[in-house]
Design a binder for this molecule. Structure first.
Ligand SMILES: *Cc1c(COP(=O)(O)O)cnc(C)c1O
Length: 354
């Protein structure tokens, strides 16, 4: 398929003061977009002006939430070049999410080519300051106008771009975690492994309560026993327990994070033993108090790693790490961002240059 490049008004310019970028509020001048219907398959791929599109009020996505998305970043290196981190993994996961949500598959190579074309046209929007990046949001929505509950016959796929400030301003700061004993992120057998909007909608109530109580994130437990740790906020979670790396197994209700995957490769190379097993909330609380648990951190594209400094569960508070990010947490942050920004050799072929 040929990608059409339509004329665009350069109405917006990248901001000069990159420290004031707010996550996901500002978008570039262009977007990639294409449509799917049962007869034609994917068609009319084009790069056009960023802006609203019209949807029928009966479009299935607006009623039954048939929607998926991805999140990845483009990094500006000191020599001006632009790097992507494991972009193929994002589009492969997009296809897994599509399958779970009964949506059509995409050609991964075509998606990578479309993203490259879009980024080439918008490369001035990749910010320059250390730690900043251009956030990339591929999205698919069901557009067929019908109120019957079924997989849609028509879809829209698009990619939008948003410049983002450095996640950490002045060092990694540990977060306060509220362990949700009442609300679960997703049910067992649900859509937890798909990157779909509904999982986020259902997380809002608990995260609002946590935020009102002064916490930064919610720690989600499994929906069956309300005992085993699954994720933190919208990140995977990793523990340094008895000197080993412990993280939740990919049991169907957690997202198969690309940062998680990369971190596990790195800690293996650092010589740590890895246990992908269910870790109970009691092990975490007791471990924080008796010293068996020494570090805990969330992993995800936005923060890379996010150290945990406190857990609160049913009124019991435990502190971890004396208000500072752990040594391993710091080393992982420095290594992964080092690979992304080109300070450290990319031995795994994770980086794709634009
Ligand atoms: C996207 C996401 C993650 C992190 O995945 P990365 O590929 O590392 O960015 C973790 N949990 C949830 C629920 C997510 O949506």
């Amino acid at each position: 398929m040929d990608i059409k490049i339509l004329p665009v008004n350069e109405t917006k310019q990248p901001v000069k003061d990159e420290s004031h970028l707010v996550f996901g509020k500002e978008f570039t001048n262009r977007m990639f977009i294409m449509e799917f219907d049962r007869d034609k398959g994917w068609h009319s791929p084009r790069i056009q002006q960023y802006g609203p599109f019209s949807l029928d009020p009966a479009a299935l996505v607006l009623h039954y939430a048939q929607e998926i998305f991805e999140g990845l970043k483009a990094f500006r290196r000191p020599d001006g070049s632009i790097a992507l981190f494991r972009p193929r993994d994002n589009f492969e996961r997009f296809n897994l999410s599509a399958e779970r949500m009964c949506m059509p598959q995409l050609d991964v190579d075509f998606c990578l080519r479309s993203l490259n074309e879009l980024l080439k046209l918008e490369q001035d929007w990749v910010p320059h300051t250390e730690g900043t990046s251009l956030y990339i949001r591929p999205t698919m929505i069901a557009t067929e106008p019908v109120l019957g509950v079924k997989p849609a016959d028509s879809y829209l796929f698009y990619i939008i771009l948003s410049p983002v400030a450095a996640y950490y301003k002045g060092g990694l700061s540990p977060v306060k975690i509220w362990v949700s004993d009442e609300y679960a992120r997703v049910p067992s057998g649900g859509t937890g492994e798909a990157k779909t909007g509904g999982n986020y909608a259902s997380s809002l109530y608990a995260s609002t309560l946590a935020s009102e109580k002064g916490y930064d994130q919610v720690l989600w437990l499994d929906s069956v026993e309300r005992k085993y740790v699954e994720e933190v906020g919208s990140m995977n979670i990793c523990f340094l327990y008895d000197g080993k790396i412990v993280t939740s197994p990919l049991c169907g209700s957690i997202l198969n994070g690309i940062t998680r995957r990369s971190i596990l490769t790195l800690v293996d190379e650092f010589g740590y033993e890895i246990e992908e097993r269910a870790l109970s909330i009691d092990e975490i609380l007791d471990g924080s108090e008796n010293g068996r648990l020494t570090e805990a951190f969330g992993t995800g594209t936005a923060a890379v790693v996010s150290p945990v400094g406190q857990f609160t569960y049913k009124g019991r508070n435990v502190l971890l790490g004396n208000g500072k990010a752990g040594e391993l947490t710091m080393k992982l942050y420095d290594t992964l961002t080092g690979i992304q920004y080109g300070r450290i050799e990319d031995k795994h072929n994770w980086v794709k240059m634009l």
